[in-house]
Design a protein around this ligand. Structure first.
Ligand code: TXA
Ligand code: MG
Length: 310
């Protein structure tokens, strides 16, 4: 605890000086900077090698803190009360007099906001007098990091500090919902669509094709370990690492398991760390068993499809 507090202080010190700091969240680790600073947010794009047109999500301590920056509506309140803090990102209308840097929004009139659940990051946010812009802390198109070690694996010594908050409990990025235009899901994520539909009393759908423009980062190769992934495999070929949804008896050093008993939450939590492990063991190919396409399985399959694009 004492260590955590001094780490939070160090993170604040660096962020106040417009540096980037990696922060833990329940979804994945983020590469954070002062969202009100042009200088600080520009550094995020450079470090990540991310194209400037792809806007950033801004992280806040709670709903009161967003009032200076965006317009709130009744759908927001309902979802906030049910799911926040948690893995849900809202697209809201940006206020004209907001101090959010133009690099964050790509000069658009909307803002992506999120309220992370990790306690260390909550404490950090509480101590700052600005919100944190933070994309996932990986090089553009690569696997998202779910631990301090993963962030190091991505960036080496290029970032000044990684705030340790343990391993990410959800392990998949937040679900993104657009509340500005027609209400719609822009990215599948850590909260199931059905749960959101229930709260809004409206059937929501996700269509990848329709979303190409709104979430540019979503349409290309993404979340990739940079080796071919073969989906829906029944058996591996001799040169493939094989990911199974559930642990089996016996041992084979090329077999990797996502869960003990097919729990999709557990599978989501272990997905990126398993892909990273296989990549670091220098396998040249991956085969993965079929993952049930419901609930969080929808998100897992979405990520696997993008990761398998070449
Ligand atoms: O779980 C998460 O959301 C993680 C953690 C760190 O919070 N963050 C994350 O950020 O996944 P990133 O940058 O890797 O993905 C954010 C996505 C991008 O595809 C971006 O295009 C989209 O959000 N986005 C950001 N602002 C937007 C806006 N105003 N309208 C539509 N899409 C937006
Ligand atoms: Mg990302």
């Amino acid at each position: 605890m004492k260590k955590d507090l001094s780490n939070i202080k160090k993170a604040k010190y660096l962020l106040d000086k417009n540096h980037c700091v990696a922060i833990p969240t329940e979804t994945v680790y983020g590469l954070a900077a002062n969202a009100y600073s042009d200088k600080a947010t520009l550094k995020i794009f450079k470090l990540k090698k991310r194209p400037k047109f792809n806007p950033l999500i801004v992280h806040y301590f709670d709903a009161r803190d967003i009032e200076d920056d965006c317009e709130i509506n009744s759908d927001f309140r309902k979802l906030y009360n049910e799911f926040c803090p948690g893995p849900l990102t809202f697209i809201l209308k940006l206020k004209k007099n907001s101090k959010i840097s133009k690099h964050v929004t790509n000069a658009k009139k909307t803002l992506a906001v999120r309220f992370p659940k990790n306690l260390i990051t909550k404490r950090l946010l509480k101590s700052l007098n600005y919100p944190l812009a933070a994309p996932s802390a990986n090089i553009y198109t690569q696997i998202s990091p779910v631990s301090k070690k993963d962030v190091k694996d991505e960036f080496g010594k290029k970032i000044s500090f990684i705030l340790d908050g343990g391993s990410s409990k959800v392990g998949l990025e937040s679900t993104i919902i657009d509340l500005v235009n027609k209400v719609k899901i822009l990215r599948l994520g850590g909260i199931e669509i059905d749960k959101i539909s229930k709260v809004l009393k409206r059937k929501l759908k996700y269509s990848k094709e329709k979303n190409k423009m709104q979430v540019p980062g979503q349409s290309k190769l993404h979340y990739s370990p940079n080796i071919p992934i073969r989906l829906n495999a029944k058996k591996p070929f001799s040169d493939e690492a094989f990911i199974l949804i559930q642990k089996r008896k016996g041992f084979d050093k090329k077999y990797f398991y996502l869960t003990k008993n097919k729990n999709l939450k557990e599978a989501g939590k272990n997905l990126y760390s398993t892909l990273r492990k296989i990549k670091n063991l220098k396998f040249n190919k991956i085969a993965i068993e079929k993952i049930p396409n419901s609930g969080l399985g929808l998100t897992i399959n979405d990520r696997l499809k993008r990761a398998s694009k070449r």
